[in-house]
Write a protein that binds this ligand. Sequence first.
Ligand SMILES: [Cu+2]
Length: 179
Amino acid sequence: MNNFIMRAASAVLIVATLALPVAAHENHGVHDADAAVMLGDLEITAAFARATLPGAPVGGGFVTITNNGTEDDTLVSATSDFSDNVQLHNMSVVDGVMKMHEMKEGIPVPAGETVTLAPGGLHIMFMQIKEPLVEGTMAKVTLTFEKAGTTEVMLNVRGIGAKADEAMDHDHSMTHKAN
Ligand SMILES: [Cu+2]
């Protein structure tokens, strides 16, 4: 019984922690990064990156891509000024441990569907970043799709959050289930 109460209490704490970055974001004004980027049949929204600590080697970027067309497309590559090696990654649980792997064939964006890159899942990974990503600034990334072509997207740099993208394999307490 005590164990159950402890779990319930930690679940509440996790929810409260998760809510913080959202509340902070609402205090900000209107950002250019909040505007949708249209590229052919693709609509790119919710573009953001997480701030990085000084000296942190990597950063994570996230976008939501809606394919309003009738043809499947694929996000094949990303580039930026602040990293010479930008990769497309996904996260998955292997033997109970969250692991990151490169999507070498790109990230599929099927016709009529919305693909969301988000912490804990698909993401743009900026390797060996040349400078920290500072909260409240914009980070420009260039995305190239197999069919729709190339576009620049401004990522709204948000707070570091409860756990940084590069520290995913150190924290597996966020299970989403109370039991
Ligand atoms: Cu990654």
